[in-house]
Design a protein around this ligand. Structure first.
Ligand code: UD1
Length: 365
């Protein structure tokens, strides 16, 4: 019986850990899981709603770290996670994705000689100004088992000198959640509530510091969204960080003036967002997860960044990396509306969680 601590911290972690926690529950003779929430995300709409929607168990331990600078947040997770590992002495700690909680918990484990597995290992944007790229690089250097979502990730790790026996290609566990929840999501009334049922619409999400922390960039993107809104309504569930910047930069009134072409909503839960996204004609985003989910759903996606750590979504999928120039965004948006493409990267099949569990068992013996 393997004792495993699964770590979640921020919104994009929840849909990656849910299928792993569920598979461990199902395989209760082989696994004794504990769930630790670092508290990096703490608002109901950024955290609790996802536990409900994804059927995640209540965390066994909540570290309650909250917001702060990168150093404060990372240090707070480390300080509070170390005693948890010392107390429970797990066989494995599983960390996912690339948020500050991921690297903080991996580093605690490496120092305590506790085995740590990284799910979604090997992705690289090659842009070290992104905090997530630093988290990815460091976590992969110190983790004992690197579980990758796509073959390009294996290549990146090998190129960094990581021995092949630490790397295992398991596929994309976030797509397990997507397939598992699509039917439940179909009962959401979000399209009706937002007044877009039966008509074409676009969905946008933005939260990267590089897009929202500088006024000129954010204003440029908003101008593009307003122009797209003249063709079809653009629904914008807004991340708390982005909401705060709109107010700070005095852009909130401009956005309100663009209603109803551009419709702001609070951040949505997993099922509502899945329902909204799956009916969209187009998604515009700077999120990593959405690039993958739109690939799995065959929805055209424009990535409003200069690079992506998920090139398979461009090569095999529906994604285009278009930057933040307003004219280019509008041009690409209109050109994408009628694009349809079948896309199924290998092992994005809804079965990644069981492969992750098998890899933990095999590596243990
Ligand atoms: C974090 C992750 C990012 C991920 C994103 C998803 C890092 C370095 N970044 O970025 O990779 O894509 O989560 O959302 O880990 N806030 C709230 N309520 C919350 C959480 C945050 O109001 O529940 C506000 C706070 O003002 C906070 C700000 O959002 O300072 C940023 O939160 P933080 O967790 O630092 O980073 P994200 O931008 O959310």
């Amino acid at each position: 019986m393997l004792k495993v601590i699964n770590v979640v911290g921020a919104r994009p972690n929840f849909m990656k850990v849910a299928p792993i926690a569920e598979a461990m529950r199902r395989r209760g003779r082989e696994f004794a899981p504990l769930l630790v929430h670092t508290g990096q995300h703490y608002d109901a709409r950024m955290s609790d709603d996802f536990f409900r929607d994804l059927g995640l168990p209540r965390p066994d331990v909540h570290l309650g770290v909250g917001s702060g600078t990168h150093a404060q947040q990372t240090a707070a997770v480390m300080q509070r996670f170390e005693p948890v590992v010392l107390e429970h002495k797990p066989d494995w700690v599983v960390v996912v994705g690339d948020v500050n909680s991921t690297v903080a918990c991996a580093l605690v484990c490496a120092k305590l000689n506790t085995r740590v597995a990284h799910v979604e290992a090997g992705l690289r944007s090659r842009d070290r100004t992104m905090p997530e790229e630093i988290n990815r690089l460091l976590t992969d250097q110190i983790a004992d088992l690197l579980l990758t979502p796509s073959p390009d990730a294996d290549e990146n790790l090998r190129a960094e000198g990581i021995p092949a026996e630490r790397i295992r290609f398991v596929g994309n566990v976030m797509i397990d959640s997507l397939y598992a929840q699509l039917e439940r999501a179909s009962r959401s009334r979000v399209r009706e509530d937002l007044g877009v049922k039966g008509e074409p619409y676009a969905v946008v999400t933005l939260h990267r510091p590089s897009n929202v922390d500088e006024r000129a960039t954010l204003a440029r993107i908003l101008a593009a969204l307003e122009r797209i809104g003249e063709r079809l309504p653009v629904i914008f569930p807004i991340h708390p960080r982005t909401r705060a910047r709109l107010d700070e930069f005095g852009l909130a009134d401009d956005v309100r003036a663009a209603e109803p072409r551009l419709r702001l909503t609070e951040p949505l839960g997993y099922l509502d967002f899945l329902r909204l996204m799956s009916g969209a004609r187009l998604v515009l985003t700077d999120s990593g997860g959405l690039q993958e989910e739109t690939t799995a759903l065959n929805i055209p996606c424009l990535t409003l960044r200069e690079n992506t750590e998920r090139p398979i979504t461009v090569e095999l999928g529906t994604n285009r990396v278009v930057g933040t120039d307003a004219d280019r965004i509008v041009r690409e948006a209109f050109a994408s509306l009628d694009v349809r493409r079948e896309s199924a990267p290998p092992l994005w099949d809804g079965q990644a969680a069981d492969r992750i569990l098998n890899a933990l068992l095999e590596k243990q013996t």
